[in-house]
Design a protein around this ligand. Sequence first.
Ligand SMILES: C[S@@+](CC[C@H](N)C(=O)[O-])C[C@H]1O[C@@H](n2cnc3c(N)ncnc32)[C@H](O)[C@@H]1O
Length: 465
Amino acid sequence: MRSAFQEGSSSLHISDNVEQPYFDQQADSGGLARSLDLAVQVLGEWRTFGRSPRDAFAKIVPSEMTPAQRADLAAVAYGTIRDERRLEYALGGIRGLMFGGAARDAALLLAYRVASGELAPEAADQRFVAWSPGRLPFFAVLRLDRAIDTIRDPVERFALRHSMPDWLARLLLTFGESADLLGNALRSDAPRVIRANLLRGSREDLRGMLTAAKVASAPCELAPHGLAVLDFAPLFSLSTYHLGWFEQQDEGSQLIAEFTAPPPRGKVLDACAGSGGKTLALAALLQNRGTVLACDVHERRLADLKPRAARAGAQNVQWALVGEDSWPEPVQQFARAADRILLDVPCSGIGAWRRRPEARWTIKPTDLESLERIQAELIDRAALLLRPGARIVYSTCTLLRGENEAQIEAALLRHPHLEVVRAREILGGALADRVADATGTYLSLRPDVHDTDGFFAAVLRCKRG
Ligand SMILES: C[S@@+](CC[C@H](N)C(=O)[O-])C[C@H]1O[C@@H](n2cnc3c(N)ncnc32)[C@H](O)[C@@H]1O
């Protein structure tokens, strides 16, 4: 399966090198220096102005580059950000590189090319001369994994192997024997997955249209409306996209909508809707009947939802801006009558690292505490308004117990009127066997097991009085 860093609504993605890497392709035409320079600028923009790598990329990289060249630059820039700790260790040892700025980023970018086998260490040496007169041991990149294996401290060894801060390594090591598989998967490229919009047609209809447009795809194994895109295609310039036939959406995210299972003509409060990835999947499951009320604390995210809903032909979506600590009265009223309250809560996002290369560096231990507090508060708010028989669907894109199972266990103690609805009851045995946790209770998706983003979801029902 070909893979992609999902680029929001742009069409950037990592190719399987269908073209020569841009660095090397440009070597004879004098474009090499410029391409490395562009990647250095992307990293500089990201570091200096606190932009997301995606925003930095969109600002710096000229649109006249071909999609494949842009994809190649995105691959090296994002991969370098993700692997920074590994690469720095290779070039500078445990103390890291002793210099900063653009030369440091050029060194890391060249080391990434060496690590991915696209550039010989000698060639990296020669190219680095343009950035600094000092020599760096680019050859050490080729022996990096062996060097890391000799590190005695298990936390440091894991953190360097999988490129993350020690405190996160400590948390991921709690996965025991599967921790390394998970670490590897979180450093891999995410597949390109789209969701067929049932308001326009079926997955099979969409697949036929993609085939006619020479885009190869295959039905997802888990998400019933998902298609994995198998080749390097500029998805967002296709007419099928502009006509609302599909949305780019990870298979795990699609499964959260299935797990929400809105009843026909149901009312769903999507309380943390963002720009509406799950809102639109729910609107389609409801076949344009019932209502999905999409709420968020960020006006800009809700603003993105509006054109997306129009393109998808979703007429059952409403939206409301909410405060961080309370829902306005009309939203509370809606919640009291809702069949489902989806809490797709803000979380540490570890399960989505494949798509957000910078996330492992930006999150801090204190963020976890405040996220867990917000998560519990959102559960409490929904629990107090939930009517008998209605359900809260609590979902995260993290793998950490404190934000997942532990939140649900604590919520059940605080709210004895809630009970868990098991995954099997909602999804049926065949699918639940593949996507539920070992006890069959929660939805539990992992990149190393399912090749989806890491997701957790639990369903809590209000007992009848
Ligand atoms: C995991 S994201 C939602 C993703 C979205 N549901 C989707 O499928 O694309 C979490 C969202 O929660 C929002 N958020 C953060 N704190 C919130 C709060 N107190 N109430 C409601 N939304 C909040 C964030 O702005 C963010 O958009």
